[in-house]
Write a protein that binds this ligand. Structure first.
Ligand SMILES: O=C(O)c1cc(=O)[nH]c(=O)n1[C@@H]1O[C@H](COP(=O)(O)O)[C@@H](O)[C@H]1O
Length: 274
């Protein structure tokens, strides 16, 4: 999917919501465990109930890898289900990969070709030759970790190296790489106060912003400082939506939580883009 198509979908749905499909078998309704593939059954119900409210789905691969071959199969069924039924939805494999060049190429093939995701999250710390193999894929997107939502972001990312914070060096350097138009960046919603400065460095790029809901990030602050002329934001919520209930009404309740965020997003968009 191109960025242009993503922006057009955001405007159409009046939403820049990304729903995180982080499936934990201990948290889903007990009766689903009798299904042949409980993870896929859960995801299918969530997707059926929420696809009109969001523009992106983000399965975090850890929640699938943890269940071995069955988990990986469920991930494959989930991405195929989204691509077949809702091809207009942007898909993110949240895998946080990155390695020496030839290995990164294999990671990119796994997520872009075998699983047909639109994007994958990548850690920047092995540098240019570890990221460019992902960028080489046309109409696919590499979402680089810039300033993450967790407390540990302060251990390295905000530390100054040669007079400049490391996350700023990640932003400035990565935008000079080949095919950098395929880059997006992760900035945690819990770091909203950094967004204005981040926008000075990368005014055009899309930001994936996790951390609203369960981690306490604030949607209004993220929009105020992070939005650009093309919206430029995908705001993710995982647990806050998919575990709204663990009863038979789980999908309905997830849709209600998703709707609450979508309504707030529509309000922001109507003010910003009249
Ligand atoms: O890359 C990510 O998506 C990510 C980066 C980050 O800085 N913080 C962060 O929480 N995430 C992911 O975003 C999701 C957040 O989930 P909730 O806190 O349940 O909404 C999880 O899949 C995290 O792994």
């Amino acid at each position: 999917m191109t960025t242009k198509q993503l922006i057009s979908e955001i405007k159409k749905k009046q939403s820049f919501l990304c729903i995180g499909l982080d499936v934990d078998l201990n948290k889903i309704p007990k009766y689903l465990l009798q299904e042949e593939d409980p993870i896929f059954a859960f995801n299918k119900a969530i997707i059926d109930a929420t696809h009109h409210l969001c523009v992106a789905y983000k399965p975090n691969t850890a929640f699938y890898e943890a269940y071995g071959i069955k988990g990986w199969k469920a991930l494959e069924k989930t991405i195929n289900y989204i691509n077949e039924n809702h091809p207009e939805i942007f898909t993110i494999a949240d895998a946080k990969r990155g390695d020496i060049g030839n290995t990164s190429t294999m990671y990119a093939k796994a997520f872009f070709e075998d699983l047909s995701f639109d994007s994958v999250t990548v850690a920047p710390y092995m540098g240019k030759d570890s990221v460019e193999p992902f960028l080489a894929f046309k109409n696919k997107h590499t979402i680089l970790l810039a300033l993450t939502s967790n407390q540990g972001a302060f251990d390295f990312q905000t530390k100054e190296v040669n007079g400049k914070e490391l996350y700023k060096q990640v932003l400035e350097t990565s935008k000079t790489w080949e095919s950098s138009e395929n880059l997006m960046y992760v900035v945690g919603a819990t770091k909203a106060e950094y967004l204005a400065e981040i926008r000075n460095i990368i005014p055009e790029s899309f930001l994936l912003v996790p951390g609203v809901g369960a981690q306490g990030g604030n949607l209004q602050d993220v929009c105020k400082y992070g939005m650009n002329d093309s919206v430029g934001l995908l705001i993710n919520s995982s647990r806050g939506i998919i575990y709204a209930s663990n009863g038979a009404d789980f999908a309905l309740m997830a849709a209600q939580k998703g709707k609450q965020l979508q309504v707030q997003m529509a309000e922001v968009l109507s003010k910003q883009f009249q």
